[in-house]
Design a protein around this ligand. Structure first.
Ligand SMILES: [Mg+2]
Length: 200
């Protein structure tokens, strides 16, 4: 079975925007991975705000997708019609929350926007997750991320090319085998890979 393995926050879900709104950050900037540090916030403070915002259903609950849901559905549909599964993998570790609760919240958001997927996995080690999929017989066509470190881990685990979603926090980065695309609906090269590998 073939699959595309894809991250959620910063690819489809507007986590950073949710967070900025929750802490009422005026003119938020997102120029590096730890964007909250630019706002004078420590990591423990960030995690506290994250947990509070999640509990208040202001974070991870009802953010508008980063691109219109119809475009996301169309992109995933193109892959699934070729028999390729769409797997979501997300860290979403929130202190004080049960994983099952966060998984349910995530499923509800995907359902609300009618976004199709074959598997949703909460994992802090996405490279390991890709490797275990591969060991279970999956042929991973491509991996998609907005976080460069995760992307490299996933490419290693999946033995697959990586696609980086362009974001302010990943501007100063590039790596061999990685294609940077503007948004999720610009993943046409994955379609080309699917068509090519489908003919083998
Ligand atoms: Mg992400």
């Amino acid at each position: 079975m073939r699959a595309v393995v894809c991250d959620l926050d910063g690819v489809l879900y507007p986590f950073a925007q949710d967070f900025a709104k929750w802490v009422e950050q005026p003119n938020p900037t997102f120029d590096n991975w730890s964007f909250y540090k630019d706002w004078g916030m420590s990591t423990p403070e960030f995690l506290d705000h994250y947990a509070e915002g999640y509990a208040a259903e202001a974070i991870l609950h009802d953010g508008e997708p980063l691109i219109p849901a119809a475009l996301i559905r169309r992109q995933i549909g193109l892959w699934q019609r070729e028999g390729v599964e769409f797997h979501l993998v997300t860290h979403r570790e929130i202190i004080g929350q049960y994983e099952s609760h966060v998984a349910r919240t995530t499923e509800q958001w995907l359902f609300a926007y009618d976004l199709p997927y074959n598997q949703l996995t909460l994992s802090g080690d996405k490279g390991d997750h890709c490797e275990s999929l591969r060991r279970r017989g999956y042929d991973i066509v491509a991996v998609v991320e907005d976080n460069p470190d995760n992307l490299v881990d996933m490419m290693d685990g999946a033995h697959a090319p990586g696609f980086l979603i362009d974001q302010p926090w990943n501007q100063l980065w590039s790596a061999p085998g990685v294609t940077r695309v503007a948004t999720f609906d610009h993943l046409r090269p994955i379609q080309t890979i699917i068509e090519r590998t489908g003919m083998q």
